[in-house]
Design a protein around this ligand. Sequence first.
Ligand SMILES: *Cc1c(COP(=O)(O)O)cnc(C)c1O
Length: 381
Amino acid sequence: MEQRLVVSRNEVRIDCRALRHNFRCITEGVGPGVAVMAMVKGDAYGHGMVETAAVLADCGCRTFGVAELVEAVALRGAGIGGDIFVILGFVPEEAEQFLLHDLTPVVFLDQDIRALSQAAVRHGREIGVHLKLDCGMGRLGLLPAEVPAFKQRIDALPGIFLAGVMAHLPEADQRQAASTPQIFSCFQETIARIGAGFTGIRHIANSGATMYFQDTHCEMVRAGISLYGCYPDGSDGADIAAGSRLQPVMSFATRVAQVRDLPAGSGISYGHTYITTRPTRIAVLPIGYEDGYLRDLSNKGEVLVHGRRAPIRGRICMNLCMADVTGIPGVTVGDEVVLLGRQGEAEITADEIAGWMGTISYEVLCLFGNNNSRIHIDGER
Ligand SMILES: *Cc1c(COP(=O)(O)O)cnc(C)c1O
């Protein structure tokens, strides 16, 4: 019997060509002496961790960053080579996994270094660790004053050595932020205090610092959102030459489920938060908050139909929402509707959607990408 694959009408498309372009823009931007760690946590910000890492590995990426050990093991299992950093710690019982899979731990607890040391000794190996320093992010890590003693405790343990020091920046997406140079100085001074014994690598720059604070690149930068084609400051990059402008990697589309002509005075969806003011043509879309198209977008969002913008009317439901296509001729059942990305000359960006929702592009990408079936394409399809 013939096998037929049934797929959702809601489709997230990941453009691998745009991903490669962005990686090239970033590597060219930092120059040959600086490594680029591709941040593929959060299922690569909704783009698919394994697929994304494989595409980047093919264009020369040798360093990847994930949040948890489980993600790193999955990357190795999928055949991804190079260095894989686990940035959020681990439980001591799992320390051995770093040796088994040749992964790079980021450490900030005594139990981390003890467990790694014991596992390394058992395997007759040496493991390099990266120390997580908090110079003002106010999140994970050791305070500067705690670093020299922690380094001494690493030195005193067998099988383990300090291979790098990292920190994170809270405001690098803002070009004017004074905190970035301040925190970077603190980072440099803290490393200097470790002493001449430190020959490892330093990394502090996220996408924002990579683009807006060139002095912070050190030996490696950690790129996330820029890989996926969004600017950290929420701008559209219109001032940047087309050849080196980032390209959005994700788009999201659905299909019209029904077209309805409603008279003036009709309430739309739960709570009747929208009442038509004139005869109105509504395209019902099979998409809702369950697909990451959050209820926040009720009466705020816009979608593209036939290359034109159509506003969302009324509340977004779990699996349905309504777009006003009055005045867009010829809309019929099955027509493509773009929620994120381009259609004809029109475009809706992740930053625009983030603006409607009061959030940032990162969250929009994770919501759409991680709540829908994805296909990976190469350029236009
Ligand atoms: C996610 C993350 C990054 C990447 O940040 P972007 O702003 O997406 O470039 C860098 N460093 C750390 C520690 C992260 O958690």
